[in-house]
Design a protein around this ligand. Structure first.
Ligand code: G1P
Length: 290
């Protein structure tokens, strides 16, 4: 097997309009919605850093300025907190090293594949991760770190996989599974949002990917697919057979924060695990359900 190149870069597609969360997202990026007290995007960035990522790349668009400010220094806030003797621990770590994140613009909402392709010049000729902040992955170690463990063994392309109920397969990229070895499944085929009743399995693609740079060349000529959008899944499907391709089933819990019920569930679950507010939320929830 050719040598496995280390994973240093991660792409975060964050140009989506978030119409499902209106009115909350009218003037605020959906990635800034908080689960308890931390924006979704910060959970995803922290997961990437834990996995060894050095270069954060946001594929962004108009109206997403709050994301840039979130990962920058806030002089007023830091000066005021310092003057009041407050710890800066809660905002330390948000700011990245100078030059990271990098922001590129998608300009038009042409699909996830197109968003990823917009980062091609920054990704260059290196493997890279893609993290969709809508999928909040709660586990130890984090999802991407678990995937990096697998990547270091098998190389090639590694995607996060999760079984979903049969009546949900039309909402996801779906894997045709090959050989299985514990949490690792060979990917023999991929289809984006198959019509109900036509899915090759119920093993779905979740919003974490480790991809080889060749996918950028495939995306270059990728025609629109499901929903009239340029789909990452379609481009990945074309790489099967040329490069190793595996799915890793996440050891942890995924919350679909692109969905209102999933978002509320994430808030409850994360709150219940917190030392500071967990007991109060638990006694309130227990009383509510009695
Ligand atoms: C995207 C991908 C899909 C994947 C899903 C995971 O779909 O296109 O393959 O299963 O994320 O969350 P979206 O949710 O953007 O429609």
């Amino acid at each position: 097997m050719p040598s496995i190149k280390p994973l240093r870069k991660a792409v975060f597609p964050v140009a989506g309009l978030g119409t499902r969360f209106l009115p909350a997202t009218k003037s605020m990026p959906k990635e800034m919605l908080t689960v308890v007290d931390k924006p979704l995007i910060q959970y995803a960035v922290e997961e990437a850093l834990e996995a060894g990522i050095e270069q954060i790349i946001f594929v962004t668009g108009r109206g997403k300025g709050a994301l840039e400010d979130h990962f920058d220094i806030s002089y007023e806030l830091e000066a005021t907190m310092t003057a009041r003797g407050k710890s800066l621990a809660v905002i330390e770590g948000i700011r990245q090293r100078p030059g990271s994140p990098v922001y590129v613009r998608q300009q038009e909402p042409l699909g996830l594949g197109h968003a990823v392709w917009c980062a091609r010049d920054i990704v260059g000729d290196e493997p890279f991760a893609v993290l969709l902040p809508d999928d909040l992955m709660v586990g130890r170690p984090g999802c991407l770190k678990q995937m990096v463990g697998a990547y270091q063994k098998v190389g090639g392309n590694v995607i996060s996989a999760e079984e979903v109920p049969d009546d949900q397969t039309h909402r996801y990229g779906i894997i045709t599974p090959g050989a299985r070895d514990g949490r690792l499944t060979e990917v023999a085929g991929l289809v984006e949002k198959p019509a109900p009743g036509t899915a090759p399995s119920n093993l779905s693609v979740i919003g974490r990917y480790i991809l080889q740079p060749e996918v950028m060349r495939v995306l270059e000529g990728q025609a629109a697919g499901a929903g009239g959008e340029i789909q990452l899944t379609d481009a990945m499907a074309q790489m099967i057979g040329d490069q190793p391709f595996h799915g890793v089933t996440f050891d942890g819990v995924r919350y679909d924060c692109g969905d209102k019920a999933g978002f509320v569930q994430a808030n409850i679950a994360v709150a219940l695990e917190r030392e500071d507010i967990g007991p109060a939320v638990r006694s309130f929830a227990t009383g509510l359900l009695r």
